[in-house]
Design a protein around this ligand. Structure first.
Ligand code: AMP
Length: 279
């Protein structure tokens, strides 16, 4: 595995690969790698000649300084995992390297006026800055993203449309621990007691899914909110049922579109997100 720390090292390596007409799959990450990341790595490894991953805790996508500072970092462990997963190139830059050229402001209209975009102002512009740069520097044919960050996938698809970047966006299913908790780098900040409560997020969503034939979407929403309310350790930030393409909250299913429930909830000072498809 080649480790690149500068844009120049990365782009010159890419030039050589592209001369050989090889396909490139990219998995952008913020490190603290876990099984969820590994599920993306496996797919990228399988589907491309060359598999690149980046490890970069992107400061400009954090709207909360404490969250940025507390974000878990262990470079050596991450590099070992990447190597085990058959990664060809690990891009591990510093923030100074990435932002030699000032970030620009992206706008995504209605797509970013709900959920993560609404709760975390500037977050998606920050994500778009790093991801667009990674796409351009790596010349990737495919970019792999997890459905846990459901809104992020819609934003990235809109970003490549705005920037005219030719890349296939591959969305990958949520990887869960055995007890149903979606794996996340933030999970390691949960106390052992909170870790035992955390799987209830998925349990509540699954329970609501099982009632989808007897309840309206508004009733499902109320049901989920009530279930979270019953567990005092949770502080629900939002639960929205949205159209799977426009991401706008809906009360009835749009023909031909899917329906997804998206949740953000605080537990033990840690903000956790998850989704549930209903249709
Ligand atoms: P992060 O390092 O948290 O920025 O995540 C990097 C990529 O891995 C993003 O596309 C995430 O959506 C994806 N990812 C993180 N956790 C999971 C998971 N549990 N299942 C599937 N994908 C995930």
């Amino acid at each position: 595995m080649k480790i690149c720390r500068t844009i120049e090292e990365l782009t010159s390596t890419i030039e050589e690969i592209k001369q050989e007409n090889k396909t490139i799959g990219l998995v952008p990450t913020m490190g603290a790698l876990h099984e969820g990341h590994k599920s993306l790595f496996r797919k990228a490894r399988e589907e491309n000649d060359v598999f690149i991953s980046s490890v970069f805790v992107n400061p400009i996508q954090f709207n909360n300084k404490e969250d940025f500072e507390k974000y878990p970092r262990d470079e050596q462990k991450d590099l070992n995992i990447l190597e085990e997963c058959g990664c060809d190139i690990a891009f591990v830059p510093t923030a100074d390297e990435i932002y030699k050229q000032e970030p620009k402001e992206f706008h995504f209209g209605a797509l970013e006026q709900v959920m993560e975009g609404k709760q975390r102002p500037g977050h998606f512009s920050g994500v778009a800055n790093i991801v667009s740069r990674l796409f351009l520097w790596t010349k990737a044919d495919r970019g792999y993203f997890g459905e846990k960050d459901y809104q992020q996938i819609a934003i990235i698809k809109e970003m490549i449309r705005q920037e005219n970047i030719n890349i296939e966006i591959v969305s990958c299913p949520i990887y869960r621990d055995e007890d149903g908790l979606a794996t996340s780098s933030r999970n390691q900040r949960l106390s052992p007691e909170a870790r035992k409560i955390a799987p209830k997020i998925h349990q509540i969503l699954e329970k609501s899914y099982l009632q989808r034939n007897s309840l309206s979407l508004s009733q499902i929403k109320r049901f989920v909110e009530d279930e979270f309310e019953k567990i005092k350790d949770f502080e629900l930030e939002y639960f929205l049922i949205v159209d799977d393409t426009t991401l706008q909250p809906i009360h009835t299913k749009n023909p031909g579109h899917g329906v997804v429930g998206c949740v953000a909830v605080w537990l033990d000072g840690v903000r956790l997100i998850d989704i549930q498809r209903y249709y």
